[in-house]
Design a protein. Structure first.
Length: 124
């Protein structure tokens, strides 16, 4: 039976795919940097460049939930219970108003399909 160390070494010895470098790069340094980043990405267990949108959504949601939980406990330890809860309620109201405003604006402008189009229309 192979140990965990043997399995990790087998994973690292997999052949690395090469990609053609685009013509839009300014120098060979940029090209070698991109090739090095792609090679590094292929050595990780989570393949960020080739994962499905479902896996990406779960990864981002988990990341946001984890950060929110850690930030909430830290902010409560700094502010205290009463100011911390008041701040959380105030932030929740602000986020709700912002999301409702964006929702109404997007519903009035059906040509907006994503956040990039919204920022282009709002000139942000």
């Amino acid at each position: 039976m192979a140990s965990q160390a043997d399995y990790s070494q087998e994973k690292k010895q997999e052949p690395i795919e090469t990609y053609a470098v685009g013509d839009g790069l300014e120098s060979d340094t940029d090209a070698s940097l991109i090739v090095a980043l792609v090679a590094e990405d292929h050595q990780h267990d989570i393949k960020l460049r080739t994962m499905s949108w479902q896996k990406a959504a779960w990864l981002l949601a988990g990341d946001q939930v984890c950060l929110a939980i850690m930030a909430q406990t830290w902010s409560l330890s700094v502010l205290g219970w009463v100011p911390g809860i008041i701040t959380m309620i105030g932030a929740g109201i602000l986020f709700w108003v912002t999301s409702m405003t964006m929702h109404k604006y997007i519903m009035k402008n059906p040509q907006i399909k994503d956040i990039c189009k919204l920022s282009r229309i709002l000139n942000l």
